[in-house]
Design a binder for this molecule. Structure first.
Ligand code: FA5
Length: 351
């Protein structure tokens, strides 16, 4: 045998002895394909061997050719087998991985927030009263006793002035117990006529299903010449009509507040048990009466005008103050005022 033929046979037997191990060592499809190219590719080892065949004598060429072909087929088969093994392993790894949890909730688009129901009701009330011609007047929540009580005609021993009923700070100041302090502030700084509303936060030592220690009120007052109860009643009826809906009845019940004379509490017809003919059946919300109280009102007392430097012989006026939470409870049928302050998103989402 020629030297050339012997050299080719040595190369072939080395390759035969090593190619399976080289394929086994490749753990990914890419490294396996690289290894295969090193043997069978254009510049591969087997291709290089074939190129040397020209120098082999004709009698030996046929036998070596057969060996080369057989080896080539073995390499191809081993490559295909290893490729299939790697693919199976990859699939198994996928199957063994933790499964997708199909019960997880889908990702929802971001939820948009909205104004708190108290803010919404306050804004709706303000809109109605502004549309009737009242301007908004602001004022402090920490107030002097004289603006919150004294100039409004509260006697010094009135229960509201008690430590048990109001939150006192220092220096004769307290957290205002109502928005009526704005009557005093407006009347001491503005010359009549005037027509203001004052929305704001107020504080009392109260805490139960219908009373909160912090709540919102809207004060409304008008000072002009010859103002009568008829003007007050007209504004209240128009407010009820626009805010609670057409045909909502209003009634005034005599009541007492030191800063008005006469004074009254105002009820609106219960919106929850209204029959189609406009009468009320009575329900748990209105405590079977067909009426719900929403505010206190009256004609401004002459002593309030005097303490604010306005001549009560010349000027008259009406005032009312309503609880925003109370109105919200009536409008939306909310059973407990505290729900409005807990801020549970499931509750707030209903508005
Ligand atoms: C007053 O506060 C008077 N300043 C109202 C007023 C103004 C009368 C002008 C005359 C002229 P009263 O204490 O009744 O009144 O409160 C008015 C409203 O606030 C009540 O009708 C009720 O709706 C609401 N309210 C009172 N206390 C609470 C409380 N603790 N929590 C929630 N709402 C309350």
């Amino acid at each position: 045998m020629s030297e050339q033929a012997q050299s080719i046979e040595r190369s072939l037997s080395t390759l035969r002895a090593t190619f399976r191990g080289r394929f086994e060592a490749a753990s990914t499809e890419q490294s396996l394909r690289d290894e295969n190219a090193k043997i069978l590719g254009k510049k591969g080892e087997l291709t290089a061997i074939l190129k040397q065949m020209g120098g082999v004598p004709a009698d030996a060429r046929k036998a070596i050719g057969e060996v080369v072909n057989t080896l080539k087929q073995e390499v191809e088969a081993a490559f295909a087998e290893r490729l299939a093994t790697i693919a199976r392993a990859a699939r198994q790894a996928e199957l063994d991985a933790p499964p997708f949890d199909l019960t997880l909730p889908a990702r929802l688009p971001a939820q948009l927030g909205h104004a708190h129901p108290i803010s919404r009701v306050r804004d709706e009330i303000v809109d109605v009263l502004v549309s009737l011609g009242f301007a908004v007047h602001d004022g402090p929540e920490v107030e002097l006793e004289e603006n919150n009580f004294t100039k409004l005609g509260f006697p010094p021993d009135h229960p509201a002035t008690d430590m048990q009923d109001s939150f006192w700070t220092t220096g004769g100041m307290l957290l205002r117990t109502h928005t009526s302090n704005i009557q005093v502030r407006a009347m001491t700084t503005h010359a009549p006529p005037m027509a203001f509303i004052a929305p704001g936060v107020v504080y009392r030592r109260d805490d139960d299903a219908t009373h909160s220690p912090m709540f919102h009120q809207i004060e409304c007052f008008l000072v002009d010449r010859q103002v009568t109860l008829a003007h007050l009643r007209g504004v209240l009826a128009e407010f009820a009509e626009r805010f609670f809906g057409a045909g909502t009845p209003v009634r005034l019940r005599p009541s007492y507040f030191p800063f008005v004379e006469p004074g009254a509490e105002v009820d609106v017809g219960c919106p929850f048990c209204k029959r189609p003919d406009g009468t009320r059946a009575g329900c748990s919300v209105c405590k079977r009466t067909g009426w719900i109280e929403i505010l206190g009102c009256g004609l401004i007392h002459p002593t309030v005008f005097e303490s604010c430097g306005i001549d009560p012989e010349q000027w008259t006026g009406f005032a009312f103050g309503m609880g925003v939470e109370r109105v919200a409870i009536v409008k939306y049928g909310i059973p407990d005022i505290r729900l409005l302050f807990e801020n549970d998103p499931r509750f707030l989402a209903q508005f």
